[in-house]
Design a protein around this ligand. Structure first.
Ligand code: ADP
Length: 260
C-alpha cells in the first residue's frame, strides 16, 4: 500500500517500513504529540513493531515525551543513523540533531529538506508502523511535509471545542488535496475525570468530534479524556501507556490502535 501512495506523490517508500501513519492537528495545543506517542506505544503493545518520527520541526517534543532529551541517534556510516530506542519503540527527531532555536527560524524549504533527511537517512529497520507527528496547522509547510512523507493514512486530532473543530476540518481537507486517506478523527480532552472523585465533566463541550467525522464520512476513532495522569506521565518521560500498560487510559489508546 505504501508503494502505491508513494508513487502517487512521487516520493520513494522507506525500506522496511510497511505503513506510515501521519498524526496531525489543525492547531497547536490539542494534544497531537501526546496522542501520537501514546498511540505508537499502544500499537507496540498490540504486537506491532513501531517507530515514531517527530516531524514537528518547529517544536519537537518527542525527545522529552519519551524521556530521551539530550540523546543522539547513533551514526552508523557517513550518512545513516540508527533511531533512538525508547520504551520498546524507536524514534528520531530534529530535536536530537539540531538546537531548537536553530530549527525554529528555518524557512519552509529548509524545514522540509531537514525532515526528508531524517526520514530517509534513518535506518528504521523492519517496522509495521512508522507514526509521524506532523507540525500543527495546515499551511504550505505542512502540505509539503505531508507530501514528502510517503504516507499510508492520516489521523486528525482535535478537541471538542468549535475553534479546534474548524481547524480539524481544514486538516481533513489538506489530506484530501494530496490524496492521503484520512483514517479518522480522535477527540482529545473530550471530558475531564476528577482524579479524586471520578466525576466526569465536559470542559470543552460535547459532540464536536462526531459531527466532524459524520460531515466528512470518516470514523471517530475514539475519545480520550483530559486526565492529569496523561499530562504527568508525559512530563516524566514515560507516557501513560508505557507507565501503566494495563490501566484504563492505556486501554483507551489500545482500542484506537486496533482500528489502525
Ligand atoms: P500539541 O502536540 O497538539 O501541541 P501536546 O501533545 O504538546 O499538544 O499537549 C499539550 C499539553 O496538553 C501538554 O502539556 C500535554 O501533557 C497535555 N495533554 C495533552 N493531552 C492530554 C490529555 N488527554 N489529558 C491531560 N493532558 C493532556
Amino acid at each position: 500500500q505504501v508503494e502505491t501512495i508513494a508513487r502517487k506523490n512521487s516520493v520513494p517508500a522507506i525500506p522496511g517500513v510497511r505503513n506510515i501513519i501521519a498524526v496531525s492537528s489543525g492547531k497547536g495545543g490539542v494534544g497531537k504529540s501526546t496522542t501520537a506517542v501514546n498511540l505508537a506505544l499502544a500499537l507496540h503493545q498490540e504486537g506491532a513493531k513501531v517507530g515514531l518520527l517527530d516531524a514537528d520541526i518547529y517544536g519537537p517534543s518527542i525527545p522529552v515525551l519519551l524521556g530521551k532529551a539530550g540523546a543522539h541517534p547513533e551514526i552508523i556510516d557517513e550518512k545513516h543513523m540508527r533511531p533512538v530506542k525508547a520504551h520498546s519503540i524507536v524514534c528520531n527527531s530534529i530535536g536530537f540533531l539540531v538546537p531548537e532555536t536553530e530549527a525554529a527560524v528555518w524557512r519552509g524549504p529548509m524545514a522540509s529538506k531537514a525532515l526528508s533527511q531524517i526520514l530517509y537517512d534513518t535506518r528504521w529497520g523492519e517496522l509495521d508502523y512508522l507514526v509521524v507527528d506532523l507540525p500543527p496547522g495546515t499551511g504550505d509547510i505542512q502540505l509539503t511535509i505531508a507530501q514528502q512523507v510517503p504516507t499510508t493514512a492520516a489521523i486528525v486530532i482535535t478537541t471538542p471545542q468549535d475553534l479546534a473543530l474548524i481547524d480539524a476540518r481544514k486538516g481533513i481537507s489538506m489530506f484530501e488535496k494530496v490524496n492521503i486517506p484520512v483514517l479518522g478523527v480522535i477527540e482529545n480532552m473530550s471530558y475531564h475525570i476528577c482524579s479524586k472523585c471520578g466525576h466526569k465533566e465536559k470542559i470543552f463541550g460535547e459532540g464536536g468530534g462526531i459531527k466532524v467525522a459524520e460531515q466528512y464520512g470518516i470514523e471517530l476513532l475514539g475519545q480520550i479524556p483530559l486526565h492529569i495522569q496523561i499530562r504527568e506521565k508525559s512530563d516524566d518521560g514515560t507516557p501513560i501507556v508505557a507507565a501503566e500498560p494495563t490501566g484504563k487510559l492505556a486501554g483507551t489508546y489500545k482500542r484506537i490502535a486496533r482500528k489502525i
